[in-house]
Design a binder for this molecule. Structure first.
Ligand code: HDD
Length: 729
């Protein structure tokens, strides 16, 4: 099949092919690769003889205005910063490819969804929403998941989040939402946090936010890694096939490594330890060839089926349960290359939900409709003019032809004098683009009257899916949601807002609301008080599912240990021989370990060898690891048991639900937690609480410890562990 190409008019990049043009290459070289030229120049290419001294009147005199070299350099520096994104300012990105599994011609004519043999280049930017550019990665927040497909028919952007619903139903409320959640205007606090009065004031008065609040208070808002998050296009879009038929579609990204979260206490500690935690994790995984992967899935349904489900697909506060409409896997995205320059690529990339290709169309979702205006508009000020599509990271790989002219920072050199159509002057014959069968077609559809500012009745149900979400969580995930609401609401100065919010929650689940309210110094949740307020409409709830297992994180993906980080705690006299095989098998399974000891350099092992140390307890912290191994060797175990840093390390890992394996005498380090190897009933391996393995290497069968530990690491966290709240870490 040959894909349609664009024709007509002046080309900004004649004959452009994938990859940088010769001119881009020259720019890349000139910018940073001084090793070939070994000489600095001005922006005009004039070689500099001295980059250390400004031009002065005499050795000790004033600097001269005529120093064009100084002025050019300082002027450029003065303008280095561009405005950060109004939302999603903090982000990290990577290049990759998308490959289709099988042609989707039944649903769409989109070229990149036809040919499994074609690899479509992508650039993906992950982000937090609320924080400024320098804010920490691990705050409680929604994560942006924006994908730019450089298809042969032009760029297609899927600008989604890691949660499938949104706070509001209509884009006109977006500025209010963002003003409420951003730092408060009088003192610009708090940074990157929803735990403050203005946010909860707003959302408690907007019952349509309730479903999204449940997601925001869940572990989805604390991803372990960008590589371990789902992504969602959120809105219903349309796929249009060759017969002109439309199907509604919801897009899903499913990560190969599963969906995993960190503990709230851990997320806060990481924010201080390594504000770049997610950015670094993505970067290092790609640098070391552990390429992150996601499967693209679609939920497709025609209008009749949509009606029968009793859901309004235009309401972005609702999802379609996967149990009702399964997600069909259609392709795989692999991120395999880090950006070369953060600013040029990650900062300057510009996404837009209206960057569509033929065969895909948007829907009348009023949230999406408003986005169609906002994204181009914001780039005009953020990227400084209308030619941001010519910035290398934003350029399509297929040729661009149109009659747009001029504007700030224009790169393309339009040839000839014709910049309009219809014309006859360009090719000596009449040229017009007027009803061609090729190219993007908007899907014809009826328009309702009258014109009005109101929402459809079918947008009134604000609670049934919030309840569905709550009912679908595992017991541990429910506990985390309760704790998150308590934490956020306890930060509020206003008790009225606290009360209003728990009254709202009573419409989701009275037990949830009562538990949230109990330590907050307010009255019992009162559903009737909430229902009396504006926005609470009596909407007859449809026959929804009792629960949707796909909405919980626990148990939804097969265990996978690739790139999990294991801390091995050692001191002089450590018995490495007993864990050598274990470490080898963990390594073969994909676990990466680091040796942590009381000091840097080397420790001596029980067999008189030396073991290189990667980190000492003064810099290593358990929150940087996914699992802990404490080998035996009596001298090592005794040293560690005397060391506050080592004891704290295991207590904290325990509290955060991380797998811990202690071997032989190493079990002594868990004495504070009340664990010891049983001497009365000796066993090879005991698991006194989920994810804690006490191993006797002399009794264990070959591979027994490693299998059990790999399984425990694969489950990621053991939230249902005993007495976590009693652990003082
Ligand atoms: Fe938005 C950025 C996702 C609603 C206005 N949005 C932005 C980014 C993501 C999303 C991932 C960052 C893109 C990047 O990495 O550069 N936004 C969403 C989702 C929404 C949503 C999933 C609802 C389903 N957004 C939304 C609305 C509006 C905006 C309703 C305005 C009417 N969003 C913007 C923006 C941003 C943006 C202000 C900031 C920077 C940018 O666009 O390029 O225009």
């Amino acid at each position: 099949m040959s894909l349609p190409r664009r024709t007509a008019g002046a080309s900004t990049r004649p004959g452009a092919k994938a990859g940088p043009s010769p001119q881009d290459k020259k720019l890349q070289l000139d910018a940073f690769a001084l090793d070939s030229a070994q000489q600095l120049s001005t922006n005009q290419g004039v070689l500099l003889s001295d980059n250390h001294h400004s031009l002065k009147a005499g050795l000790r005199g004033p600097t001269l205005l005529e120093d064009f070299i100084l002025r050019e350099k300082i002027t450029h520096f003065d303008h280095e910063r561009i405005p950060e994104r109004a939302v999603h300012a903090r982000g990290a990105a990577a290049h990759g490819v998308f490959k289709l599994y099988k042609p989707l011609s039944e649903y769409t004519t989109a070229g990149f969804l036809q040919l499994p043999e074609v690899s479509t280049p992508v650039f993906v930017r992950f982000s937090t929403v609320v924080g400024s550019r320098g804010s920490p990665d691990t705050v409680r927040d929604v994560r942006g998941f924006a994908v730019k497909f450089y298809t042969q028919e032009g760029n297609y952007d899927l600008v989604g989040n890691n949660m499938p619903v949104f706070f509001i139903q209509d884009a006109i409320k977006f500025p209010d939402l963002v003003h409420a959640i951003k730092p408060e205007p009088h003192h610009e606090m708090p940074q990157a946090s929803s735990a403050h009065d203005t946010f909860w004031d707003f959302v408690s008065l907007m019952p349509e936010s309730t479903h999204m609040l449940m997601w925001l208070m869940s572990d989805r808002a604390l991803p372990r890694s960008y590589r371990m998050m789902e992504g969602f296009g959120v809105h219903s879009f349309q796929l249009i096939n060759g017969r002109g038929q439309s199907h509604f579609v919801k897009f899903h990204w499913k990560p190969k490594l599963g969906v995993h979260a960190m503990a709230w206490d851990e997320a806060q500690k990481i924010a201080g330890r390594d504000a770049d935690f997610h950015r670094r994790d993505l970067w290092e995984a790609i640098e070391t060839g552990q390429f992150p992967e996601w499967e693209l899935g679609i939920q497709v349904l025609d209008a009749a089926r949509a009606g029968a489900l009793g859901l309004d697909l235009l309401d972005a506060t609702k999802l379609i349960p996967e149990e009702l409409v399964p997600v069909i896997p259609v392709g795989r995205m692999t991120l395999n290359r880090n950006p070369e320059n953060y600013f040029a690529e990650t900062e300057q990339v510009a996404f837009h939900p209206g960057h569509l290709v033929p065969g895909i169309d948007f829907s009348n979702d009023p949230l999406l409709q408003g986005r169609l205006f906002s994204y181009t508009d914001t780039q005009l000020s953020r990227l400084g003019g209308p030619n941001f599509h010519e910035i290398p990271i934003n350029r399509s790989l297929c040729p661009v032809h149109n009659f747009q002219r001029d504007g700030a920072h224009r790169q393309g050199i339009g040839r000839g004098r014709v910049a309009y159509e219809p014309n006859t002057l360009a090719q000596g014959a009449e040229f017009r683009v007027d009803g061609s069968a090729q190219g993007f077609q908007s899907q014809p559809q009826g328009i309702e009257t009258p014109k009005l500012r109101a929402a459809s009745q079918s947008f009134n149900d604000h609670f049934s899916q919030a309840t569905l979400f709550w009912n679908s969580q595992s017991p541990a995930e429910k506990e985390h949601i309760v704790a998150a609401f308590r934490f956020e609401l306890s930060q509020l100065e206003s008790t009225e807002i606290r009360q209003r919010m728990v009254d709202n929650l009573a419409h989701v689940d009275l037990h949830l609301a009562t538990r949230v309210a109990s330590p907050l110094g307010i009255g019992a949740p009162d559903a009737v008080a909430a229902a009396g307020r504006l926005g609470f409409k009596n909407y007859p709830r449809g026959d929804t599912l009792a629960e949707s297992p796909a909405l919980r994180m626990v148990g939804n993906y097969p265990p996978d240990v690739h790139t999990r980080r294991l801390a091995v705690l050692v001191a002089d006299g450590v018995d490495m021989a007993a864990v050598r095989r274990l470490l080898q098998e963990l390594g073969e399974a994909g676990v990466q370990h680091r040796i942590i000891a009381p000091h840097l350099g080397y420790v001596g092992t029980a067999t008189g060898r030396t073991l290189a140390v990667n980190q000492s307890f003064s810099s290593a912290t358990s929150v940087m690891f996914d699992a802990v191994l404490v080998p035996g060797g009596a001298p090592s175990a005794q040293t560690l048991a005397q060391l506050g840093g080592a004891i704290h390390f295991v207590l904290e890992a325990y509290k955060h639900g991380k797998p811990i394996c202690a071997v032989n005498e190493g079990v002594g380090l868990l004495a504070t937690l009340g664990f010891s190897l049983s001497t009365t009933q000796p066993v090879a391996l005991s698991v006194p609480t989920p994810g804690v393995l006490l191993a006797d290497s002399h009794r264990a069968q070959e591979g027994e410890i490693s299998q059990a530990f790999i399984h425990a690491i694969g489950l990621h966290r053991h939230w249902d562990r005993l007495n976590v709240d009693a652990v003082p870490a």
